[in-house]
Design a protein around this ligand. Structure first.
Ligand code: ADP
Ligand code: MG
Length: 728
């Protein structure tokens, strides 16, 4: 029996087991080395040192490191942990760990458990197997992981026993970053400095500004048996073939429906793991597509939120196995069915407890809100191409612009009310300073808050970057992406824009202009110069594509070209000015992005070829034989042509598809060979995109999907869309 039918019969006998879990507050953070735990396990001195380095982002005092490491070990051992690992996020996209035990043998032969400061602060995983984009060419492929005290240590319980995980960044010996986190931390720091400077116009007590992130994770869940019977899912995370089911998502009944029991049990289970690790999950629900779901936490400081998201993706994968389920984090696992995104809700918060994107209650705080609000719009306007690059991947290309996802055009939605406020400022603040109407400073946004909320509940779901009341929501981020990529860019472009804002406002103030009036003028100027990025209409429509083109907004649909934005003169200056990437690091990132793209397309193309020749064609040929024999038999029995006209018609169609498919697969292999000979990596990526993917994928698929409808169901080995999407 084929894997497909085996999986279906196993699935139908699957038992659902929902254990009653504990109260969330009773388990929340129990596997995290929180401040409270630190206080218990560390001396006053060590605790203070840890705290100050968390706050300042400074390196931990070496002399304190031993004490802190010992404290962390005692805590971990009290929970039965024997191993530790530096946990990091290399550019492969997965998290990486290398486990070591506390166990060691002293020079006199005594076995002891030990975890010293050095092991806490630094480790050396073999860097050669991680992408480094040519950085290794100049020197040996060595890198080290360094402790990031701003994200607390935690115990990962899944698998054999618990492992103490130390969140780290991953850098080369000459200091280049090799992961997602090192640049993120730098961007967050740049934003902090730039934002505090601007905040101090309004409030001298503000000394720190945090970027905040609340992500919404979309994903599909399918039965593991069915998953295993689909080599394409197994190897590229998406189905390269599959005819649309008779019923898709037209009825939208899944969105409003209750969560299926088996999936519900899985959710409860992974949520419990997440709570123990301090991941503050808040919501879970069905998504629009069948078998698609979403979860979202309460927002947190951006660096921690990024760690929590990567950790959660890992946990979901592991926990799903216990339930004989599989999580698909790919942006577009099923053609013709909604893809998955990961909305990044982003804002900034001060150490005085103010959300800088919440409209204020007084004219003064309104002005602070408007300042940050307009700077964000300008940042996106000026660096829309870099934002597009930050979310570019082979997977996301299947989703962006696929008329149910944000388009590849970056635009900003702010809602009618705020658009009106900004337009008022535009018309009422005149260019000549002395004519400025001081009453303009008293824009009373707060009086209209109910209106504002109304406007936002009715908000535009088609915008890639939308203001939603007290935060911006970056919706074009892909579901499998590491949020650090988008967050690094967002924070650095905001930092750069705020720095310029400060210069511009200071220049007017030095000219003798009153502070508030100077600020209002710069706000006006920024709004006017970036207005064209604002769009309130249907972002999925063709009309918008045309309109955007008229406005001169970039609309780059494919990853190899989108990545160009990382290495323009403008981008180089941006990253250098804010100490996020050096030239070399930028080149490396660009190259890694292209390399990843090529590999993804290459693997998809190979799996298409392999499935076509070893699964699809044999099934089609077997059925072709049955039909041919049938016709032959009927003919021999002396029946008229009309008696087997139908069989003949099917046979003709099948034969046509078999020939075309075989032919296309050969040609696609040829195209790959041509691409592989190209040396320049950018040219090669572009060629893979146009000569392999765009030239063949849809065509090959067309014939396979037609055959799926024609060939006897019993002969078809690959689980069908209806089975993967509707059986559970
Ligand atoms: P939806 O977009 O599904 O309607 P919401 O807009 O209510 O959901 O919230 C989505 C996410 O926004 C949540 O994860 C929430 O934590 C996050 N969020 C709310 N406020 C902020 C903020 N100030 N900064 C960052 N994220 C935030
Ligand atoms: Mg949302």
């Amino acid at each position: 029996m084929s894997l497909r039918f085996n999986a279906i019969s196993n699935l139908l006998s699957e038992e659902v087991n929902i254990e009653c879990s504990k109260k969330i507050t009773a388990i929340f953070g129990e596997n995290v080395f929180t401040q409270k735990v630190a206080q218990q396990f560390l001396s006053d001195e060590a605790f203070k040192s840890l705290n100050s380095s968390i706050k300042s982002g400074q390196k931990i005092d070496r002399s304190m490191a031993n004490q802190i490491a010992n404290g962390i070990r005692s805590w971990a051992e009290s929970k039965g942990v024997t191993h530790f690992t530096h946990w990091f996020q290399p550019l492969t996209g997965a998290t990486a760990e290398k486990h070591d035990s506390f166990f060691t043998i002293k020079s006199d032969g005594t076995p002891i458990e030990q975890f010293d400061g050095n092991a806490l602060i630094q480790q050396e995983p073999d860097a050669s197997s991680f992408p480094s984009g040519g950085l290794r060419v100049t020197f040996e492929a060595r890198g080290y992981t360094a402790w990031d005290p701003s994200s607390p240590a935690f115990i990962m319980e899944i698998g054999q026993g618990g492992t103490l995980c130390i969140p780290t960044i991953f850098i080369s010996y000459t200091g280049e970053s090799l992961d997602y986190k090192a640049p993120l931390l730098k961007a967050i720091e740049a934003l902090d400095k730039a934002a505090v400077d601007v905040c101090n116009y309004f409030d001298k007590n503000i000394t720190k500004v945090y970027a905040t992130l609340g992500w919404e994770q979309e994903y599909f869940v399918i039965d593991e048996g069915l998953y295993n019977a689909r080599p394409d899912l197994l190897l590229c995370g998406r189905t390269v073939f599959g005819h649309a089911p008779a019923k898709g998502q037209q009825l939208e009944d899944h969105y409003f429906g209750s969560i299926p029991e088996r999936v519900y049990a899985f959710m409860r289970d992974y949520e419990e793991e997440a709570y123990k690790l301090g991941i503050p999950l808040r919501t879970r629900h069905n998504e629009v597509a069948p078998a698609q779901f979403e979860c979202a936490p309460i927002y947190e400081e951006a660096n921690l939120a990024v760690d929590h998201n990567t950790l959660l993706m890992d946990i979901m994968n592991r926990v799903a196995k216990r339930h004989n389920l599989h999580v698909l984090l790919h942006e577009k696992p099923f053609a013709g069915i909604n893809g998955s995104g990961k909305h990044n809700n982003w804002s900034m918060a001060t150490d005085t407890g103010v959300n800088l994107l919440t409209p204020g209650k007084t004219p003064k705080t309104n002005l602070m809100f408007l300042t940050f609000f307009v700077n964000a719009i300008k940042a996106v306007h000026d660096y829309a191409d870099v934002m597009r690059a930050s979310i570019a991947s082979a997977q996301n290309d299947y989703r962006l612009g696929a008329n149910e996802a944000p388009p590849a055009i970056i635009s900003v939605f702010i809602g009618q009310y705020l658009a009106k406020v900004l337009n008022d400022i535009k018309s009422r603040v005149t260019d000549k300073m002395d004519e400025t109407d001081e009453s303009m400073l008293k824009i009373d946004i707060h009086k209209s808050i109910p209106e504002l909320l109304l406007d936002n509940t009715d908000r535009n779901r088609t915008s890639p970057f939308a203001f939603t009341g007290n935060k911006f929501e970056f919706r074009a981020v892909g579901s499998s992406a590491n949020c650090a990529s988008a967050m690094t860019i967002l924070n650095v472009i905001m930092a750069e824009t705020l720095k310029q804002f400060k210069k511009d406002a200071d220049a007017l103030i030095e000219n003798g202009e009153k502070k508030e009036i100077a600020i209002m003028h710069v706000i006006r100027e920024y709004f006017v110069s970036s207005e064209k990025i604002l769009f309130e209409g249907d972002g999925y429509s063709e009309a918008w594509e045309k309109e955007a083109e008229k406005r001169g907004l970039p609309n780059v649909k494919t990853t190899p070209l989108a990545l160009d934005a990382l290495v323009t003169a403008k981008a180089r200056a941006l990253f250098k000015n804010n100490n996020v990437y050096t030239e070399e690091e930028l080149e490396a990132r660009h190259e890694i992005g292209l390399e990843k793209y090529i590999k993804k397309v290459q693997i998809e193309s190979r799996i298409m070829g392999e499935l076509a020749t070893s699964h699809i064609l044999p099934a089609a040929i077997r059925y072709q034989n049955i039909l041919a024999n049938n016709i032959k038999g009927l003919k021999e029995a002396g029946l008229e042509e009309a008696a087997f006209a139908n069989q003949k018609q099917i046979l003709e169609k099948i034969s046509e598809h078999i020939n075309s498919l075989g032919d296309l697969v050969e040609k696609m292999i040829g195209a790959r060979k041509v691409c592989n000979k190209i040396d320049d990596i950018r040219t090669k990526a572009i060629a893979y995109c146009s000569q392999v993917k765009e030239s063949y994928f849809d065509k090959v698929r067309y014939h396979v999907d037609k055959l799926e409808l024609l060939v006897d169901d019993r002969e078809w080995y690959l689980p069908k869309y209806r089975e993967m999407l509707f059986l559970r």
